[in-house]
Structure formats: C-alpha cells, structure tokens
Design a protein around this ligand. Structure first.
Ligand SMILES: CC(C)(COP(=O)(O)OP(=O)(O)OC[C@H]1O[C@@H](n2cnc3c(N)ncnc32)[C@H](O)[C@@H]1OP(=O)(O)O)[C@@H](O)C(=O)NCCC(=O)NCCS
Length: 340
C-alpha cells in the first residue's frame, strides 16, 4: 500500500474534520504508520518518514500546506475526538483534469473501529469529490480485507479488477519440461508491437480503465536493443521472449529478465482471452527454463489476478501470492454534493 502526503485546512472541530496539515499531520502519520506497518513497500515507508518529518515541523509550514496548489491535488478528512485523530482518509486527484479521484490511507484506530467512523469519513470524501466536479472515486484494497471491502460496497463502490504479485523463492533444481503439443517460438526484441497488442487484448476493458497498458513497458527501441545485446555478451543482463503464434497475431507470450544487480528475476506473461486455458502452463514453464543457471534469486511475477488459468499455472509452478489488490470505483452523482 502506498502512503501519500497531503494538505487542507479547516477550523478545528470534533467528528469529521477537513484535514489540516498544521494540526493533524503528525497524528495522521502515526495512525497510518501503525495501521499499515506490515504492508508498506519501500516507497510507502519513504513517504511515511517524510510525513513524520514534516509533521514535526508542521506548525511552521501552515502557509505552505494551505496553498491552492496543494489543495487542488490533495485533501482528506480526519475523525477527531478530544483533540485526538482517530481516523483518516486521504483524497488525491488521480488525473490532471480532476475526473478521477483516488481515496487512500483509510485507517481507524483499533479501539474505535466498528463505530461508523470510516463510513462517515469516506462519505465526506465522496461529497468533496462531487463538490470538486469529479466523476469517479477509485481506491485499492487488499483482496482479503473483508471489513474494508464491506465498508466500500455499502458506500456504493463496485469491483473493477484484481492485480497481484506472485513470488517463487528459489528456482527449482528440476525445471519444468516443455509442454507437449504447444509450440513456442523465440520472439525478436523488435517485434514489440505484437506483444503490446497482446498485453492490451489480455486485459479486460474494465482493467484497462483502472490501469491502461503502458506502451513504454513494451517498446524496445534501438537503444534498448543494443543494451540487451551488450547485457547478453557480458552475461550481466538477459532478456528472453517466447510466444505462441496464431495465424495473424500472438496468442500468448512470456518474457523473463535476469539482471545481475537486481534482487529478483522478473517474469511476465499474457494470453489472449480466446486462448485462455491452453498455454499458461507452457508459458510459465518456458519462462522458468530461460532462467536456468541464473543466480539464486526469487522470481517475481505481476499478473492479472482475475486470469484464473494464469494464477493456476503460477501456483502449479510453485509461485505463491504475495499481495493481491482489488481496485474498486464509484460513480459520483450530482446528489452526492448535498448528502449528509
Ligand atoms: C477498515 C476500517 C477502516 C473500517 O473502519 P471502521 O470505522 O471500523 O468501519 P465502520 O465502523 O464505519 O464500518 C463500516 C461497515 O463495515 C463493517 N465492518 C467494520 N469492521 C468490520 C469487520 N472487522 N468485519 C466485518 N465488517 C466490518 C461495519 O459493520 C459496517 O457495516 P454496515 O454499514 O453494514 O453496518 C478499519 O477496520 C481499519 O482501519 N482497518 C485497518 C486498515 C484498513 O484495512 N484500511 C482499509 C485499507 S483499503
């Protein structure tokens, strides 16, 4: 889970109060840090340290946090009782035009949960999005966080897609054999448009709504091709790409990256919807075979968790889920502005 820093000012009150960095930042940093201690990635921990540092000096930073610039990009609400911040919700623009708004850092102090605090805070946040003319509220929640899922469903959010990270702690001594009947071919680095097209087709339109496929993740220009050749010559960096060819386009593909200085090896694969269930095992197995002889490091895969056959292939090969995040969204309607 990512942690973000933010600001907005409002007169001090009890109950739902607009976040004000000068008054609340230190307590919010403590609450969010304690709540998500186990989930934060390196970026989250760095942001949190920043928040805590800024929080210590926040009485001197009031003017800065109150500027229109920060107000436009980040806001939030806290729940206050007797001067104590007991709950928090952060709101950020998710695009430059302000159509989508991201809700994050939803946290309530453990001894005050179940009192409706989060419900009130998220409701206030939805009103704020409506007031600012936004169309969508978007958030991510761990797929196994049933309490939070229930909270968001009650407030009208619906599921969009699930994305996960799988990890194989160590390459098995006996790498999987090739699958009989599946013909895999090496793919040239320059044939990146076909792989981009496949990645696009493999994601549902809803999943693309949440997170569009980024062409830069697939483009292999001349500079990158040269880097790959040099990496292979020195043995320091090796990228392999294999695919199942259809009559007009790729039906499936796998790519592995072995990087001499990285902590992990990377594998990614995709299968066209009409070919699902036929190639996943073969692609994952081929990916692992390309890593034969690589330094002993975990192999990490980021993949669409709604692709059941892909998830099954990963788990058969020994991968275990590290984290599965569910993206949820809610349409903002004009009536949200006046809701109490
Ligand atoms: C999730 C969390 C924010 C909920 O806060 P809260 O103030 O306890 O929630 P509320 O009291 O407003 O409850 C809202 C709804 O969720 C339900 N709910 C709350 N905790 C629940 C639990 N542990 N199990 C099942 N349902 C739960 C409530 O019954 C209520 O449902 P209802 O509207 O049908 O009555 C809080 O448990 C928390 O801080 N958890 C740790 C951090 C976290 O997971 N944040 C979400 C990250 S996306």
């Amino acid at each position: 889970m990512a942690v973000t820093a933010f600001a907005r000012s409002d007169p001090a009150q009890e109950g739902v109060v607009a976040f004000n960095a000068t008054r609340h930042l230190r307590q919010v940093a403590e609450l969010v840090g304690a709540t998500f201690a186990d989930e934060l990635d390196a970026n989250g921990r760095a942001s949190l340290r920043e928040m805590q540092l800024v929080g210590r000096f926040s009485p001197f930073l009031g003017g800065l946090w109150g500027t229109a610039f920060f107000e436009n990009f980040v806001a939030g609400y806290v729940w206050v009782e007797a001067g104590q911040v007991l709950g928090n919700v952060t709101l950020q623009r998710a695009d430059f035009v302000g159509i989508r708004w991201r809700i994050s850092n939803v946290a309530v102090a453990p001894q005050h949960r179940g009192r409706g605090i989060a419900h009130h805070l998220v409701e206030a946040t939805l009103r704020e999005i409506a007031r600012r003319g936004g169309n969508w509220a978007v958030l991510q929640v761990r797929a196994d966080n049933l309490a939070a899922h229930h909270l968001y469903e009650r407030l009208g959010f619906t599921d969009v897609c699930r994305d996960g990270v799988w990890r194989l702690p160590i390459l098995p001594a006996n790498l999987p054999q090739s699958e009989p009947g599946v013909s895999l071919h090496p793919l040239r680095a320059s044939a990146w448009r076909e792989r981009l097209d496949l990645a696009h087709a493999a994601r549902t339109s809803l999943a693309r709504w949440a997170d569009a496929v980024n062409p830069a993740d697939y483009q292999v220009g001349l500079g990158r091709q040269l880097g790959e050749v040099l990496g292979r010559m020195t043995g320091f960096y090796r990228v392999e790409r294999w695919g199942v060819l259809g009559t007009t386009y790729l039906l499936g593909a796998v790519e592995t990256q072995l990087n001499g200085i990285a902590d992990t090896h990377l594998l990614r694969f995709a299968v066209r919807p009409e070919a699902r269930g036929r190639f996943e095992d073969a692609l994952v197995a081929q990916g692992l075979r390309t890593l034969a002889g690589a330094p002993d490091r975990p192999v990490v895969v980021e993949h669409d968790a709604d692709h059941a056959e892909g998830v099954a292939a990963l788990e058969t090969a020994g991968f275990r889920p590290q984290r599965v995040l569910l993206t949820m969204r809610r349409l903002i309607v004009p009536g949200d502005v006046g809701k109490t």
